[in-house]
Design a protein around this ligand. Structure first.
Ligand code: FAD
Length: 439
């Protein structure tokens, strides 16, 4: 790459900090062309009648790209934001700008890998190499103490051994400058209107008013950890349902890569050194290890993470019952706790972890509806949609994933007693009891 003209293909790494792909290019190449391509496949309709990527997710992504473009400009370069088939766009950019090398961020799941394979084919024709960087987990793939096919079957074994044997590498700094000599016009960031998608309404009841972009991500983490010191009580509050502070709310930025997990880790470590170290500060890292685990597991199991029989091909009977599914999706099952959570998701694109566990269990184990439908709805709706975390959490709860306990079940009544004893959360989303809309 040294002295070459390099195309930097941004995907799920929309940041300047801790971005090895960008760092290598910016410090070695003679010129760097940063590019992001919005794939058309996101605009396809799911057979169940909702878009693959819904308005909340897209809005957040477009905000993230706007911020990234500004950050890149501040480094004296420009970010091209284009729409279409990545392999075709990259092929024509390579020709047009005399690109000699392409760099990208590794993926582990099918659609993303397919984009890479198609692009590789095109690049081979013009003898332009492509390098990939593994850069969205705490532990590097090469640093975990197993070859991927021997990744432990459950999280606890993974965590215990990884914590003993592996270390989290230091994050990469922000490059001082991005060498750039391309004669290109700034590409405006598309708006939702370009796809005829209505702007989602702001709901004041939201758990957090997410705004996309690296700047917002870093600011938010600074506030959560350093200013408000909410991290010091994270372990006690993380299962709550209302408000901005019960959990870290970093998931959406992690999902598009506006913040790196290693950056979060380093901030937690600094905080522990300078202020307070307790079970809660550790617990945030513990949860980030779940995220790591699911990414590694997705690499291990490949497409089986999307199959209804799951990673071990368990043959349960699932009902493809569209009516039950629609009632669940729209928050009209008549089960207030489930409906409140599903309304929150519908109106804001977010739901707490406790809520997600309950509604997923309800769909799969009470209604016995095909869990992959629920995962698909989450994929469309969640601001923080992450392919590995979403599909493997769903599989886990449906009993076809990495859960060593086959009989895990969230009893809604006892969950309400524990997590919403005064009914405040349900009232927030459904109104007082007698106003509940029954199906
Ligand atoms: C059915 C289901 C679907 C889910 N889908 C997604 C998804 O698409 N994207 C996503 O980021 N998370 C998903 N989660 C995990 C979890 O619910 C969210 O990460 C969390 O609620 C986000 O809020 P937070 O950032 O405040 O979390 P915090 O409690 O503050 O946790 C900090 C971070 O740890 C990671 N984390 C926490 N719990 C989990 C977990 N169970 N699995 C993986 N990572 C975890 C996340 O990166 C999170 O941002 C899902 C969970 C379930 C049960």
């Amino acid at each position: 790459m040294k002295g070459k003209r390099v195309l930097c293909w941004f995907t799920d790494n929309l940041r300047l900090h801790d971005n090895e792909m960008l760092w290598q290019a910016a410090t070695k190449a003679s010129a760097v062309l940063p590019v992001y391509i919005i794939p058309e496949r996101w605009f396809r309709q799911h057979p169940l009648g909702f878009p693959k990527a819904g308005a909340f997710r897209l809005k957040f992504l477009l905000e993230s790209l706007t911020d990234l473009q500004e950050q890149v400009k501040a480094k004296q370069a420009n970010l091209l934001v284009l729409r279409g088939e990545p392999s075709e766009i990259i092929r024509s950019l390579v020709k047009e700008h005399n690109i000699q090398h392409v760099v990208a961020s590794t993926a582990v799941t099918a659609e993303e890998l397919q984009d890479f394979e198609r692009t590789e084919k095109e690049l081979k024709k013009v003898q332009v190499p492509i390098d990939y960087y593994w850069q969205n987990t705490l532990y590097q793939l090469n640093d975990i103490p197993w070859p991927i096919h021997r990744l432990p079957e459950n999280f606890t074994s993974f965590r215990k051994e990884a914590e003993q044997e592996a270390t989290v590498r230091q994050s990469f700094p922000v490059p001082d400058v991005i060498p750039f000599d391309f004669k290109i016009e700034t590409t405006p960031i598309p708006s939702l209107g370009d796809w005829d998608i209505p702007q989602p309404k702001n709901d004041i009841r939201t758990a957090y008013p997410f705004r996309g972009g690296e700047s917002a991500a870093i600011q938010h983490l600074q506030q959560y950890i350093w200013e408000d010191e909410r991290i010091t009580t994270y372990k006690e509050t993380r299962n709550e349902l209302i408000g901005t502070a019960y959990s870290s709310k970093v998931s959406a930025w992690l999902a598009v890569g506006s913040i790196s997990p290693r950056y979060v880790y380093e901030e937690v470590k600094k905080f522990e050194e300078k202020r307070i170290k307790n079970d809660s500060t550790y617990w945030l890292i513990f949860e980030l290890l779940w995220r790591d685990y699911f990414r590694f597991a997705a690499k291990k199991y490949g497409n089986a993470i999307f199959f209804k029989n799951g990673i071990h091909n368990k043959k349960y009977t699932w009902q493809n019952d569209i009516e039950k599914f629609e009632r669940w999706r729209l928050g009209k099952t008549g089960e207030r706790f489930i409906d409140a959570n599903m309304r929150e998701l519908l109106h804001t694109g977010f739901m707490s972890n406790r809520g997600r566990q309950n509604v997923a269990c309800y769909l799969a184990k009470d209604l016995k509806v095909n869990w992959t439908w629920g995962a698909a709805w989450f994929e469309s709706q969640l601001i923080d949609y992450d392919v590995c975390s979403n599909w493997l959490n769903w599989a886990y709860i449906a009993g076809v994933g990495n859960d060593p306990r086959e009989d895990r079940y969230f009893n809604t009544e006892s969950q309400v007693r524990k997590y919403d004893p005064k009914g405040l959360y349900m009232e927030r989303w459904l109104g007082p009891v007698n106003e509940t809309i029954k199906p």
